[in-house]
Design a protein around this ligand. Sequence first.
Ligand SMILES: *Cc1c(COP(=O)(O)O)cnc(C)c1O
Length: 229
Amino acid sequence: MGHVEQNLNRVRQKIKASADKAGRNIDDITLVAVTKNVAIADIEAAVASGVTTLGENRVQEFMKKIDQLQNPPVRWHMIGTLQSNKVKYIYDKVELIHSLDRLSLAKEIQKYARYLGRPISCLVEVNVAQEESKEGLQIDEVPAFLKQLTELEGLTVQGLMTMAPYTENPEEVRWVFRKLRELSLELAELKLEGVAMRELSMGMSNDLEVAVEEGATLVRVGTAIFGGN
Ligand SMILES: *Cc1c(COP(=O)(O)O)cnc(C)c1O
């Protein structure tokens, strides 16, 4: 068994154990394998081991990889900061954009949704922990932002995304995930058109267990799958 397959087994076990602990159904959690700086052979190994969804955060890298990884088909998610002028490269190739954080970007996405003739799915990125170094809206900005989005046809919000601060002890960031989930419940109550609160993209290699316990539906895992050998 290669290192990617071994790592994947470990990650899947962790997700399963955390889901069990929280009384959640494992089918409600999608593992997004994050491929930044990862060699094609390793990505292929992950796909061969059953990974169906890949996450990339750099448009240029994404463009290269998508050409090289045609078979079997995989779903791509754009998880990193997205410049408006790069939407044109990815709009017809990604299943979900995790990093919607401003109106100018939303308008650009809408433009390409019109070309496509179908809505483009996005998550709104929230900077729950208010870190200066991180993108995303402040919690109290999200309701007004979503209301603005309801005026843009062609863009559907499927939920929220956050990145927790890096920490040695994931218990310290449990509150971040809990807060995002509470926010999504509050926002669901608003019943805004084109806004569903079905996805919570949260949890990375070092905090995925806590995130799953707190309700993550998409976990974005890079190092724990592709690191080491
Ligand atoms: C790199 C990255 C991840 C994965 O991080 P790991 O710690 O390697 O699991 C998840 N989300 C985003 C937005 C990233 O840029």
